[in-house]
Design a binder for this molecule. Structure first.
Ligand code: PMV
Length: 301
């Protein structure tokens, strides 16, 4: 029997633009999705997944694994999750953990880059459009600068960041938000590309600010990124309310995190302001999610 846990993620800056080749910054969270693989008692695979009900990623990961390594033995696979349904990267974590568990169970080997490449094949098959950014922190942990174009991964740091997370209570649908932006780009190519280029510049500056721990600057860059996401039409009234409440109570910066249309927002907050920001997010009807952002015991375990 093999047990593998992969951490979830939060997008810090660069969402949507990264789908078109631009860079983004993404962090792991200290909450995990766990996959346990054992041999099957029957002739077929048994998949029991209370941890993540969308089993398409698991099934596709098993198919791609079998194709690559010519392994036929049926398996028993179970999942357990701490990630909930807040948009914290369950699909990436389950894909990475399933592949890694299968590789170890059958005594095979993949290095981290090979694991990324195979996981990305699964995501493309199941989801179509997607940058693969979320797979990186499930594999490497910490905070990563990721180039959408050549899938280059650069580790920025492994320390916790002063970020708070607020759930809007609305369920975001990544695939439909990515489609929405794709359609806008088809209709207003020049304008949307310009927004992506501007977002990419913010990401470059944010990378430097993060390495220098210049939170005032990093927060300001998050705010600018939020403006562009609003221009793209992916923010919601509820997210906007949580974001402005956080800013008003003294956050360095706040923005939505991920595809938008719901799910979570993040706020960069000093220790002194944390209690006030928590109160403000709750007062606006948001749910504060207790996670540490930017650390995850070095990724997959
Ligand atoms: O909705 P999330 O948290 O999975 O984030 C999606 C981020 C996008 O850039 C919109 C899509 C992608 O695959 O990069």
């Amino acid at each position: 029997m093999v047990t593998i846990s992969a951490p979830g993620k939060l997008m810090l800056l660069g969402e949507h633009a990264v789908v078109y080749g631009y860079p983004c910054i993404v962090s792991a969270v200290d909450k995990y999705l766990t996959v346990v693989v054992d041999s099957s008692k029957g002739k077929q695979d048994e998949i029991i997944s209370p941890g993540f009900s969308d089993t398409r990623f698991i099934k596709e990961a098993i198919n791609i694994f079998r194709d690559k390594f010519s392994v036929k033995d049926p398996i028993n696979l179970k999942t357990e999750s701490e990630l909930g349904s807040f948009g914290l990267g369950s699909s990436a974590a389950v894909t990475v953990a399933t592949l890694k568990a299968l590789v170890e169970f059958f005594g095979l080997h993949l290095d981290k880059t090979e694991l990324f490449n195979l996981s990305y094949e699964v995501v493309k098959k199941v989801q179509g459009l997607g940058s693969g950014f979320d797979l990186t922190v499930s594999i490497w942990g910490g905070t990563i600068y990721f180039e959408g174009k050549n899938k280059k991964v650069e580790n920025l740091c492994q320390e916790p960041l002063p970020l708070m997370v607020g759930f809007s209570g609305e369920k975001g649908d990544t695939v439909s938000m990515v489609k929405l932006v794709k359609e806008k780009r088809q209709n207003y190519r020049k304008g949307i590309e310009k927004i992506f280029e501007n977002i990419a510049q913010l990401v470059e500056k944010a990378k430097v600010a993060l390495l220098e721990k210049d939170w005032t600057r990093f927060g300001m860059l998050m705010n600018y990124n939020q403006d562009y996401l609003e221009d793209l039409g992916v923010s919601t009234k509820k997210l906007n309310n949580l974001i402005s409440a956080s800013r008003k109570t003294g956050a360095y910066g706040a923005k939505l995190s991920g595809a938008g249309g719901g799910d979570c927002m993040i706020a960069l907050v000093s220790k002194e302001k944390k209690r006030a920001v928590i109160k403000a997010i709750k007062a606006e009807g948001g749910e504060v999610i207790e996670v540490t952002v930017g650390t995850a015991k070095g990724g997959i375990i």
